[in-house]
Every structure is written in structure tokens, then in C-alpha cells.
Design a protein around this ligand. Structure first.
Ligand code: NAI
Ligand code: UGA
Length: 440
């Protein structure tokens, strides 16, 4: 099938590439001409495991192309996916201006002789956005264009997006016409995954409800972690114990510094805002957000309690990306921690295996020194903070680390190190919701 993806960011580029890998002919469009030039030159603007090889392979066989032009691309495509940003406004509502602009651009490009088109929203949008997109296209398109709107929310995680796209837990297709539903089922025909067929409103709601529920699990375990810290219990054992119940599951019960990224923070905010607008305040989610907002502040309080004064103390931070296996630093808790440490006058050095270039424009003005090598970053540090769950840090050479640090003190905000191993090497070790290993 011929497909167009409008918006070639994390979702658009990875989705378009995986559609090409499934055998479709895909044009990825973006209005950022620099990004399109980069892609056309064979370079990939983001770090996402497995993506580069799939892009190269599918470009080489002629199934994947990049274009700055919506009009030229949709003329040839049976299905048009929208994957543009839906960032938060300051009041938590969703900024839908990107979606609205694309709807107008599609409308202006549609011609009756192009035949029936299915326009699919893949961006995360508030319930009832599909209706607005449909009205907008009808308003701006000429007479006799034939189209349907479908909601097909995306559940990929950054860092494992390709696997998530090719082996999803489920595919949700929200359509109000059988014809549109059948077209999108054909798009996904090569994928072996359960398909949930819904109406458009339900599909839109599924996405916000799913992300909010995952965020809720994280805040829940972080709240439990605080109780563990006060009582000497171990949150890892508690998570294992509750997660063994299949109704709960161990997934997304990792206590830490809280959730970051471009999605959970904004989507929880959006769902709170949508509910409030509907006159049914979702106070449970307000608490989820509050727990998340205060989680790294509580962690910082513990570092300050240990060092008394942070001013002039050298603190090394391992990890800047909002999670492992990505160079994305949007809403990264690690950056928030760096900002607060600098704000109190600490001398901060930081490192990350992939996100140095994305973090630099934010951290350089704060005075954070970025150091490529993780051990050099920790040299002479009084405290090492682990802020992202990279496997490099989980597998660190502790003897080597002990040799470079001024004090052997670690604050592990992602619980990736083993207290027993740290005790053996003579480290003082503090993590989230687990008993500390005190100074030897
Ligand atoms: N990043 C993620 O892991 C996931 C994101 N989502 C949702 O997908 C949507 C897109 O997110 P990302 O891919 O992360 O954003 P992104 O910012 O990485 O990519 C969006 C792209 O759209 C382009 N764009 C904006 N306006 C355009 C226009 N008028 N015409 C053509 N291109 C245009 C931008 O230049 C950019 O390249 C959001 O609604 C997000 O919530 C959903 C699931 C996962
Ligand atoms: O809508 C989206 O954009 C996506 O948001 C998340 O994916 P993503 O943000 O890429 O990454 P996650 O693995 O969910 O991690 C999000 C944040 O939660 C944190 N986290 C995750 C799991 C956990 O147990 N504990 C925890 O603190 C991570 O460190 C990270 O900061 C969802 O997992 C995807 O299903 C969804 O498609």
C-alpha cells in the first residue's frame, strides 16, 4: 500500500520505517526541511536502536522516501498518518495547533479525482479531536473529496521503538466506518498482534487512559518507596511481591526519580485537563502528578542531608536522557536535578552515553561540565548521582570508580546497582526505597 506519514520525528520516522519494513511504500514528510535534507542524505536525526539499519535498508529497496511536501505525497497515498507534536499549553491543555494546521494542509491538497483517502491520527490527542479534524478538512477542502478519519494511537516506547512497532501488545483502530477500518487493518495485516476495533472517541481515550495508568503505577511504587525508606523495608522486594500477582504485574513498578520524557508528563496533564473541562475532575491523577513532581526533590533533600551544604561540592551525574537507550532529554528528571544542584552552587559534572549533544544546549548555560568518559566524570566527586537507568552504569567497574572519586558515596536514583556489591567495595550507597549501605 502507498502511505504518507506527516511528521518525521520519533513516532513518524520509526512508524514510517516499520511500515516500509512490512512491505508498504512510505513517504515520510516533515516541514522541517533541514530534517528532510538530513534524512535524504542518509543520516538519522535521532538515536533509536535498530532504526538506522532499517531506514537504510528500506531506502535502498525504494520503499522509503522523504519529502518536505504534503501535497505531492498524499496525491499518491491511500492512507495519510498524522504524527506531529501535541505539546502542552501552560494550563495543561493540549496545543492542537500542529494538528489543525496539518488538517488544513491536507484539505487544501485533497482533490476529488484522488479518490477515497483514510486520514489517520497517530499523535496523542484529546478525545473528540477526530471530530474536529474531520470538520476542519470538510471546511477547507473543495467539494466531493472523499475521506474518513481514523484514530490509531501509538504505544511505542523510545529506546525500543522498532521492536514495539513490529511486535506490539495490541493495535487499536478507532474508525466510524467499516471501509476505513478495513483499510487500516490491511496496513497492519503483516503484524501478528491482536487488533482492538473501536469508535474514534474510544481509541483517542484509550491512549490517554493507558499512559496515565502507567504513570499511576510509577507514582504508586514511588509513594510505596517513601514508606519503605521510613521503615527499613526494601521496595524492590515489595514490587516483586505485588508484581507476582498477574492482575498487577511487575512491569512499570520500578521506583526511582519519577517519570520524565515527552509523553507521560504531558499526557497526565492533558487527561487531568480534559476531565476538568468535562466537569469531572480526575483528582487521582492530580496526586499521580504531585508525587512525580516531588520525587526528585525528595531525593535532592536526601543528598543535601548527607552533605549538609551543596555549595562548592563536586557532584557527578551519570545519565541525562529521560530513560536508557535514547538521546531524548525532553522533560528529563536528570536535567531537573542538574538544574537544582547548580542552583544551590554545587559544581556539577555530567555524562551520558548518547544524550550529550541534546543535553548540552540546556546544561552548558547552567555551568554543568560535560565529560564523555563516565569515570572521568566522577573524578574527585564527593557524590555520584545516577539519574538514568543505562546498562553501562548498572555494569560499572566499581573498583575503578572507587579509585577516582574523592568520597565513595553514591546516590542511585534508578536502583540499578546492587547494595551488596557496593558494600563489598566499601561504598556508602543510597538508593530509592531500599535500606542504605552506610559508610564502611
Ligand atoms: N515520542 C514517543 O515516544 C511517542 C509519541 N507519541 C505522540 O506522537 C506525537 C508526535 O510525537 P514525537 O514523534 O515524539 O514528536 P517529534 O517532535 O519528535 O516529531 C514531530 C515532527 O513533526 C514535524 N511537524 C510539525 N508540524 C508539521 C507540519 N505542519 N507538517 C509536517 N511536519 C510537521 C516536526 O518538524 C517534527 O519533526 C505526539 O502527539 C506524541 O504525544 C505517541 C507515542 C510515543
Ligand atoms: O506515549 C508515549 O509517548 C509513550 O510513553 C511511554 O514511553 P516512553 O516515554 O518512551 O518511555 P517509558 O519506558 O514508558 O518511560 C517513561 C518514564 O518513566 C520512567 N519509568 C518507567 C518505568 C518504571 O517502572 N519506572 C519509571 O520511573 C522512565 O525512567 C522514564 O522516565 C509509554 O511506555 C509508551 O507506551 C507510550 O507510547
Amino acid at each position: 500500500m502507498n502511505l504518507t506519514i506527516i511528521g518525521s520525528g520519533y513516532v513518524g520516522l520509526t512508524t514510517g520505517t516499520c511500515f516500509a519494513e512490512m512491505g508498504h511504500h512510505v513517504i515520510c514528510v516533515d516541514n522541517n526541511t533541514e530534517k528532510i535534507r538530513t534524512l535524504q542524505s542518509g543520516a538519522i536525526p535521532i538515536y533509536e536502536p535498530k532504526l538506522e539499519e532499517l531506514v537504510k535498508k528500506n531506502v535502498a529497496v525504494g520503499r522509503l522516501e522523504f519529502s518536505p511536501s504534503i501535497a505531492a505525497s498524499i496525491a499518491e497515498s491511500e492512507v495519510i498518518f498524522i504524527a506531529v507534536p501535541t505539546p502542552p499549553n501552560t494550563d495543561g491543555s493540549v496545543d492542537l495547533t500542529y494538528i489543525e494546521k496539518v488538517a488544513r494542509e491536507i484539505a487544501q491538497a485533497l482533490q476529488p479525482e484522488m479518490g477515497y483517502k483514510v486520514i489517520v491520527d497517530k499523535s496523542t490527542v484529546p478525545v473528540k479531536t477526530g471530530e474536529k479534524v474531520s470538520q476542519t478538512i470538510k471546511h477547507y477542502a473543495g467539494p466531493n473529496v472523499q475521506f474518513d478519519i481514523v484514530s490509531n494511537p501509538e504505544f511505542l516506547r523510545e529506546g525500543c521503538a522498532v521492536d514495539d512497532l513490529l511486535h506490539p501488545d495490541r493495535i487499536v483502530i478507532g474508525a466510524n466506518s467499516e471501509q476505513a477500518m478495513n483499510v487500516i487493518k490491511r496496513v497492519y495485516q503483516p503484524i501478528h498482534a491482536p487488533i482492538l476495533e473501536t469508535d474514534v472517541n474510544s481509541a483517542e481515550l484509550i491512549k490517554h487512559a493507558a499512559n496515565s495508568f502507567l504513570a499511576l503505577k510509577i507514582s504508586y511504587i514511588n509513594a510505596v518507596a517513601k514508606v519503605c525508606e521510613k521503615t527499613g523495608a526494601d521496595v524492590e522486594l515489595v514490587a516483586e511481591g505485588i508484581g507476582m500477582d498477574k492482575r498487577i504485574s511487575r512491569h512499570f513498578l520500578n521506583a526511582g526519580l519519577g517519570y520524565g520524557g515527552s509523553c507521560f508528563p504531558k499526557d497526565v496533564k492533558a487527561f487531568i485537563n480534559i476531565s476538568r473541562t468535562l466537569g469531572i475532575p480526575f483528582t487521582l491523577l492530580e496526586e499521580v502528578e504531585h508525587i512525580n513532581d516531588t520525587q526528585h526533590i525528595h531525593f535532592l533533600d536526601r543528598i543535601r542531608d548527607r552533605l549538609w551544604v551543596l555549595k562548592d561540592k563536586k557532584i557527578a551525574v551519570w545519565g541525562l536522557a529521560f530513560k536508557q537507550n535514547t538521546d531524548d532529554v525532553r522533560e528529563s528528571i536528570a536535567l531537573k536535578l542538574c538544574e537544582k544542584l547548580c542552583g544551590e552552587g554545587a559544581i556539577v559534572t555530567a555524562t551520558d552515553p548518547k544524550a550529550m549533544h541534546t543535553a548540552a544546549p540546556i546544561l552548558n548555560p547552567m555551568g554543568v561540565k560535560l565529560v564523555e568518559d563516565m569515570y572521568e566524570c566522577a573524578r574527585d566527586a564527593e557524590v555520584l548521582v545516577i539519574a538514568t537507568e543505562w546498562s553501562e552504569y548498572a555494569n560499572a567497574d566499581l573498583q575503578k570508580l572507587a579509585g577516582v572519586m574523592r568520597n565513595r558515596i553514591i546516590f542511585d536514583g534508578r536502583n540499578i546497582l546492587s547494595p551488596a556489591n557496593l558494600r563489598a567495595v566499601g561504598f556508602e550507597y543510597h538508593s530509592v526505597g531500599r535500606p542504605s549501605v552506610e559508610e564502611a
